[in-house]
Design a protein around this ligand. Structure first.
Ligand code: SF4
Length: 242
């Protein structure tokens, strides 16, 4: 573990956490549909050594999604939550934290319990999200140390990237929540060349800077793992730009 990377935590760093209303059962971490667990990653949270938990299911259908097997919310999990806690027990002092990724991890209500368990065990918590569920994100933010938020396009082109009508609204609402929470935030845009041109990307970067985003990273579409029809659309877009 890097000497400057320890994130010793036992409770929320921000004061917005509230107890669940009395009588309403909360989903537990044991209910999570977990698609995968990477026991050691150096790239999922900048400057941190983490374990990464991939949660099943996503409501959006981005053409460039390189892990479409994680999208179907009806797919059962492949490993139990106890595998994650057992790993953390073995790696105490060796890992800085746990990153929850997907899919869209905030889709599953049991994530909040999982995040709280990870913090109670003394690990930091990172979250990859596209912001599809802002109310869930609002409940999670007080317990999260770092967020990697995928912001896909200017609002007028959002649905063309996600394939789902109305997707810009929750995404930008989630961005607002993360900014207002003051959580460490990296906004990432995977530039979909079948939808966005350079001018639109520049406008998005300017918009995000104006909203207060200090860390915006542009990422190239990865071709491996994408559906054949999207690979063909990419090839057509490349030909059109040549
Ligand atoms: S939001 Fe992420 S996980 Fe969901 S379809 Fe898009 S790229 Fe894939």
């Amino acid at each position: 573990m890097r000497p400057d990377a320890g994130v010793a935590v036992a409770g929320p760093t921000r004061p917005a956490e509230r107890a669940a209303p009395a009588g309403r059962a909360q989903a537990t971490a044991a209910s999570l549909a977990i698609a995968g667990l990477v026991p050691l990653s150096t790239c999922d949270w900048p400057d941190r050594l983490v374990a990464t938990v991939f949660l099943q299911g996503c409501p959006w259908r981005c053409g460039y999604c390189h892990n479409p097997a994680l999208l179907d919310p009806r797919e059962p999990g492949r490993l139990p939550w106890s595998d994650v806690t057992a790993l953390l027990a073995r790696r105490a002092g060796l890992l800085d934290g746990v990153v929850f990724s997907g899919g869209e991890p905030t889709r599953q209500a049991g994530l909040l319990d999982a995040v709280r368990q990870v913090r109670a065990a003394g690990f930091g918590v990172g979250l990859h999200t596209a912001g599809a569920y802002p109310r869930r994100l609002a409940a999670l933010l007080p317990w999260v140390d770092w967020v990697g938020l995928d912001l896909k396009a200017p609002s007028g082109r959002y649905d063309d990237v996600t394939g789902v009508p109305g997707s810009a609204r929750p995404a930008f609402a989630s961005l607002r929540l993360a900014l207002d929470a003051g959580v460490a935030l990296q906004v990432r845009t995977t530039v979909d060349p079948t939808v966005l041109d350079e001018l639109e990307v520049a406008r998005l970067s300017a918009l995000l800077a104006g909203l207060g985003v200090r860390d915006h990273v542009l990422q190239e579409v990865r071709t491996e793992g994408v559906r054949p029809e999207y690979a063909e659309a990419l090839a057509r877009a490349a030909t059109a730009r040549a």
